[in-house]
Every structure is written in structure tokens, then in C-alpha cells.
Design a protein around this ligand. Structure first.
Ligand code: SF4
Length: 370
């Protein structure tokens, strides 16, 4: 696993790079099902600066993909219903746009890579046809020019003999080659924002490492912002500048990648960080988080992590939804957490959470003892 990038290497959360490129604010998405209304997203707020990679981490069903599909405008409605909030891209409210206006942005300024490359490729169309398609749809360009650019892109994503590949069909390619083709399709319009939803999950470990290296290189070459979604913290740490931790349709922590490892605050984040296998410590069993994610039909009215939280502090956790905010002790930091351990109730609580697996009290750098 490579070292997370430092503050100075990264563009900070809408600060050094000016206005964020993408701002998701208090997004609420419901799904109307026969069993009832699933409150899939409950006030999700995330932002991505220009040339920044935001990792979004969380267990299956926590709302990562719903957030991505909402941004792309690809949620099927019904059953999905965006009941509140805002998604601003480059200062423009996406939720107010017509289908035609969203189509112009989708596949051009904002593109997406999905988990399973086979589901992104049409088996009856040639690779060349599919890689050229976004350019022909969004640019005033001849077929010859699109062909030339498609060959360059296939070459740029590390596919040998790109000219010959243009005439091949997806079933002639390995899983890794298909995902490279999908990346070429996503980048051929030189998008400002790439959404990568578990782009390596369907690949074996060796190919996964190659694809991560490729995405890291291309992200720098194309100077694009990336929303990188994964359930795997080790994978996210290879590419992300910042990370948003999602749990049961909410964002529970938002901070720089390095901070997440050095001073995670939310009990769920701490458990996630603990669950990464270490080469230094031997153990017969990998650490797990006991319990299960709550049902999102009639979800808990307080903290959604309360039933699994090792640092549960009482009624306030069950009854009051903790807001995502910077603890007062962190001053102007942009480290945000949604947990009552850090809010005004704190006088009754331990000053800072006990470090997982030890009896030490952890204080983020620069925070005085209370
Ligand atoms: Fe745990 Fe309470 Fe914090 Fe939720 S609000 S994470 S239950 S301490």
C-alpha cells in the first residue's frame, strides 16, 4: 500500500483550488418499494476540489453508489426519488437541469467507470465503435478524427496493438483489458470529473494493482477531479487526497486521507482502519465490526451506528442525529465528524476517544488537553 498524500501535496477541500468542482449538499434520496420507503441517503454532504481525488468508503448498502448515480443523473425514478438537497457542479445546480441538459454534461464533463467492465461494454459492438462513441456524441468531429483519438486513448491506457483492438469485440479481451477499454471510454472526452465506482473490485489482485497505477497516472496527466468509491480502505488510500466515510446513508467523517489513518475520530472509521490486515501483527482472525447495518426502512432516529458502536454514550446517541461538523477543538481544520463524542455534550464524556486496541487517549495534533 503506498503512502497517503500529504496536505501540501493535495489540493485542500475547496480551499487552495478555489470553489469546489462538485458540491453535494444535504442530499436525500428515497426508494419507494413494496415493503416501504427506503431512506437510502439521509443528508449526504461531500465536496470535491479541482484536481482533487475524494475517496468514498463504506460497507455495501451505505449509499456510495446511490450518491454516484445521483450525481450522474442515472437513478431510475421510480423507484428512486431525490427528496431534498443539492448537487452543484462547477457552480451549476444539476438537479434543476432538464434531461437534455444533463445528457450534455454526462459522458462529457462528468464520466463514470463502473465496477464490472463487461456491464459497461456492449458485446455486439466493436471496441473501436464504443471508444469513439462519446467523442462523436459530444464533439463536432469526423469519424476519422474520432478513430485516431480512440487509438491514442487505447494506447494511453496501456493496451498494445491499439489499431488492431479497434476491430475486436469485448469477449476477445481479458477482464483487465476490458477495464482499460472502459477507462479509455471514460477519459476520451477529457472530463473534468471522473466517478470511479469500485473500478477494481471485479479484477484479480495483480490486475487491480495495475489499474490503480494507471488511474493514478492518468488522473495527474488529465488533471481531473475524481470521486473514487470503494469498500476497501487500502485501495482508496492509494489514490485519494481526502476521504468521506459513509455509513447507512450518511457521511460520518470527512478528512484528509492521512488524517484518517493518523487520527480517525468516528468510532466506525476507527473500526474500519483497524480492519486492514497488517503484515506486522499476526492474527488468526481478521478484526470485524460486530452487528449489522440498520434497515433503512424506518432507520434509527439518532445515530445510525448506535447499535454497533463500542463507544456508545447513552440516550443522546439513540435520539439525536449527530451533525457532521468540525469539533470545536480542531478550530479551522476541515476535519468533520458526525458523533456526539465531539459535540457540546462532551463535558460528560471522555475528552477524546480511546485509541482502538489500547488504553491511550488520542488527541489530534495541535489539540490541547481539555
Ligand atoms: Fe457512537 Fe454515539 Fe458517536 Fe454514534 S454518536 S458513533 S453511537 S458515540
Amino acid at each position: 500500500m503506498s503512502e497517503p498524500r500529504t496536505t501540501t501535496e493535495s489540493t485542500r477541500h475547496g480551499t487552495t483550488a478555489g470553489e469546489p468542482l462538485l458540491e453535494i449538499d444535504d442530499l436525500q434520496v428515497h426508494f419507494h418499494t413494496e415493503e416501504g420507503t427506503v431512506e437510502a441517503l439521509d443528508g449526504v454532504s461531500l465536496s470535491i476540489g479541482r484536481d482533487e481525488v475524494l475517496g468514498v468508503i463504506g460497507e455495501s448498502g451505505c449509499g456510495k453508489s446511490v450518491t454516484a448515480l445521483s450525481t450522474m443523473g442515472l437513478l431510475q425514478s421510480p423507484p428512486a426519488d431525490v427528496v431534498g438537497g443539492s448537487i452543484r457542479y462547477d457552480g451549476q445546480e444539476l438537479l434543476d437541469l432538464s434531461d437534455k441538459e444533463r445528457n450534455e454534461i454526462r459522458g462529457d464533463d462528468i464520466t463514470m467507470i463502473y465496477q464490472d467492465p463487461m456491464s459497461s461494454l456492449n458485446p455486439v459492438l466493436s471496441i473501436g465503435h464504443q471508444v469513439k462513441e462519446p467523442l462523436l456524441a459530444h464533439r463536432d468531429i469526423s469519424d476519422e478524427e474520432a478513430h485516431e483519438r480512440a487509438v491514442e486513448m487505447l494506447d494511453a491506457v496501456g493496451l498494445a496493438d491499439a489499431e488492431r483492438l479497434m476491430d475486436e469485440y469485448p469477449d476477445a479481451l481479458s477482464g483487465g483489458m476490458r477495464q482499460r477499454v472502459v477507462i479509455a471510454m471514460a477519459l476520451i472526452t477529457e472530463p473534468k470529473l471522473l466517478i470511479a465506482d469500485e473500478p477494481t473490485t471485479a479484477l484479480d489482485v495483480t490486475i487491480q494493482a495495475q489499474i490503480m497505477d494507471l488511474l493514478t497516472d492518468l488522473r495527474e496527466e488529465f488533471e481531473m477531479s475524481v470521486l473514487f468509491i470503494s469498500h476497501d480502505l487500502a485501495v482508496i488510500s492509494e489514490i485519494a487526497d481526502r476521504v468521506g466515510v459513509m455509513y447507512a446513508g450518511t457521511v460520518v467523517e470527512d478528512c484528509e486521507m492521512r488524517t484518517l489513518f493518523e487520527a480517525p475520530l468516528h468510532p466506525y472509521t476507527r473500526k474500519l482502519a483497524e480492519s486492514i490486515p497488517s503484515l506486522e501483527t499476526r492474527s488468526d482472525r481478521l478484526p470485524t465490526i460486530e452487528g449489522t447495518v440498520p434497515e433503512l426502512i424506518n432507520p434509527p432516529s439518532g445515530c445510525r451506528f448506535a447499535s454497533r458502536c463500542p463507544q456508545y454514550i447513552g440516550d443522546v446517541c439513540d435520539t439525536v442525529e449527530p451533525p457532521l461538523e468540525t469539533p470545536p477543538e480542531l478550530g479551522t481544520s476541515d476535519h468533520e465528524v458526525a458523533c456526539h463524542l465531539y459535540d457540546n455534550q462532551r463535558e460528560e464524556n471522555p475528552p477524546w476517544p480511546i485509541e482502538a486496541g489500547s488504553d491511550e487517549t488520542v488527541r489530534p495534533e495541535g489539540v490541547d488537553d481539555a
